[in-house]
Design a protein around this ligand. Structure first.
Ligand SMILES: [Zn+2]
Ligand SMILES: [Zn+2]
Length: 232
């Protein structure tokens, strides 16, 4: 499984290639590097709370203004119940939810490979496409544990629409590895990453490079199934 350090390196590399998304990619690179340096000291859920002040310091220094403001308002280590609430029920990303999600990703990465996290059944953060026979196979990626699970390519992950004319895929030359997969029934979309187009791609990182596609999707009336850590 991809580690936090690889994600951080990938985000830094993508920031050079995609100037329009460079700001969020650089911020994510810093967050993933922070996760890499704390991952080995998290074995139990109770290990998460005490790491919040360190995360808050990082975000207050390097985060976008709304998150940096929220970081300055955070108190000392939160009660475990606060993180547990976020763990047990995926919710729309808020400033508070951002801190919980970054911490919980550390714990989710310690779960045994076969064990789903509580967010695995929730709408996916992104997807990835790989060659399978004459066509392509789709895997969906969990927003918390980043595990990939196979999913029918011709089906909406949100409303299960299977009518081909309602399922649309957009791509642009600017982002050769990205596919915006949208559903005209529920108006949900995600940015999937075609791993054949870039062998070094990491779905949960590369989808952040597609910020201009997210802006276009929002203007077109689509909504993202699951926002990324930058709230997009
Ligand atoms: Zn999961
Ligand atoms: Zn749908």
């Amino acid at each position: 499984m991809t580690g936090f350090e690889e994600r951080s390196r990938r985000a830094t590399a993508l920031a050079e290639r995609f100037p329009a998304s460079a700001e969020i990619l650089r911020f994510y690179a810093a967050v993933a590097a922070w996760q890499a340096s704390h991952a080995s000291s998290v074995a139990r859920f109770e290990d998460l709370g005490p790491r919040l002040p360190s995360l808050a310091d990082l975000v207050a220094e390097t985060g976008p203004a709304p998150l940096a403001d929220a970081a300055r308002r955070l108190g000392p280590a939160p009660p475990d119940a606060w993180i547990l609430e976020h763990w047990e029920s995926p919710r729309p990303l808020s400033a508070e939810g951002f801190f919980a999600r970054v911490l919980m990703q550390l714990y989710a990465s310690t779960l045994p490979e076969a064990m789903d996290c509580p967010w695995c059944p929730a709408p996916p953060l992104t997807g990835c496409l790989t060659t399978q026979g004459d066509g392509q196979a789709l895997h969906l990626v969990c927003a918390l544990c980043f595990r990939r699970r196979p999913f029918m390519r011709a089906k909406c992950p949100a409303c299960e629409e299977m009518e081909a004319s309602r399922l649309v895929t957009y791509s642009t030359a600017e982002f050769p590895q990205l596919r915006l997969k949208a559903c005209d029934s529920c108006k949900g979309y995600l940015l999937a990453v075609d791993l054949e187009k870039d062998l070094e791609a990491i779905p949960e990182v590369d989808e952040m490079a597609g910020l201009p596609l997210d802006v276009w999707a929002a203007e077109t009336g689509y909504r993202k199934l699951q926002p990324n850590i930058a709230g997009i």
